[in-house]
Ligand binder design. Structure first.
Ligand code: SF4
Ligand code: SF4
Length: 355
């Protein structure tokens, strides 16, 4: 493993960390084996924003006896809705937020988190709430010894910049991938992170899988994506998702990759015509849906179908518990999409194409 310092926390973190998005709903044994192999490879930074009990319990089992070797990041403001689908839900309810941190500590079999993120904050109004009320609660966790460092997770450069320059947080979690190369606002944000010594955790290095699904080539590889993220200002670690050991090993290959494999300039050239994110990255930040639609998964199936992979799209779609045709067109999800996409329109398109 190669280690970098995580901003002014001073903590050494492996350049390859692990996100949890692809591990959701995987069997516990699979989660445990992925986390343990990551540990054996020297991964020491694990982000765990999901609140579903199963993934938290599996992480607790995987980290048993090794908790002291790693940094674990939890998110204040991440919860989930009980019920058959158990969907992720962002919350600004302080009591609910607090309860989910206690739940995380208990299921991880630990009494502290290394980084406690103010979770998923993009809009100016929400920033005012989060940087006051949630931060106060986060500071209380820190005073109680239950959190070592405070972080801020966001998808919006202007909002993230406010947090970084406020002096309130030591870590920023932000999406960094090839498709958003050279965006001026992002560059300014990352420069500010360097200036304020805020450690950057790069999330979504594959743009929710889109880069590899749509552009994979000899140039566009997991190593190139990770190498790109790690080359940006202020980035200490990148947290790719890995649904299984094969995907984890693809990411860990960064560590013994050749200079040519790490050279992401051919990937940039190949993707040169692709601009800012204007399409879904399947992150499900737009949940919860009142009828239980897995919006990210439906949109992923829709994109597959639109790219001509009809059979794979139909198979993926058939596995979903709630069809897109159940969509009420209420628009709640659209207001929560960090990229201001139109998921109700995607639901209508999916229903037309896949049902
Ligand atoms: S618009 Fe449709 S998909 Fe979006 S939250 Fe409402 S019911 Fe769910
Ligand atoms: S519509 Fe937006 S929030 Fe929802 S899954 Fe897609 S990118 Fe994420």
């Amino acid at each position: 493993m190669i280690y970098r310092t995580l901003g002014r926390t001073g903590a050494p973190v492996g350049v390859i960390g692990l996100g949890c998005e692809y591990l959701i709903n995987q069997p516990a044994s699979q989660i445990v084996s992925v986390v343990r192999e990551a540990l054996d490879a020297g991964v020491n930074y694990f982000d765990l924003f999901y609140a579903q009990p199963a993934i938290r319990d599996a992480y607790g089992e995987a980290l048993a006896g090794r908790r002291h070797q790693v940094m674990v990041a939890g998110h204040l403001g991440a919860s989930y809705q009980d019920g058959p689908d158990g969907q992720y839900a962002r919350t600004r309810d302080l009591a609910v937020s607090e309860a989910y941190i206690h739940d995380l500590l208990r299921r991880l079999r630990t009494d502290y988190l290394d980084v406690l993120f103010l979770h998923n904050c993009d809009e100016p109004d929400d920033y005012e709430v989060v940087i006051t009320r949630h931060r106060e609660l986060a500071e209380r966790f820190r005073q109680q010894g239950k959190a070592r460092y405070l972080g801020f997770s966001s998808h919006t450069p202007a909002t993230a910049l406010r947090a970084v320059t406020s002096g309130a947080v030591e870590v920023l979690m932000f999406p960094i991938h090839l498709l958003e190369h050279a965006q001026e606002e992002r560059t300014a944000l990352l420069s500010a992170c360097v200036e304020h010594n805020v450690g950057v955790v790069a999330m979504k290095p594959y743009a929710g899988g889109k880069i590899l699904q749509e552009h994979a080539s000899a140039a566009v590889t997991p190593v190139a994506c990770l190498s790109y993220a790690l080359a940006q200002f202020g980035v200490a670690t990148v947290v790719p998702g890995a649904a299984n050991l094969a995907q984890l090993r693809d990411a860990l290959h960064y560590l013994d990759a050749t200079a040519a494999e790490r050279d992401f300039s051919p990937a940039l050239r190949q993707l040169g015509a692709v601009g800012a994110t204007s399409a879904c990255v399947y992150c499900n930040h737009c949940l919860p849906c009142p009828v239980g639609i897995d919006i990210g998964a439906v949109t992923r199936a829709l994109d597959l179908a639109r790219r001509g992979a009809q059979e794979a799209a139909r198979q993926a779609y058939a596995r979903l518990a709630t069809p897109a045709s159940d969509c009420l067109q209420c628009g709640d999800c659209a207001s929560r999409c960090p990229w201001h996409l139109d998921p109700p329109a995607a639901m209508a398109a999916a229903a037309a194409l896949l049902e």
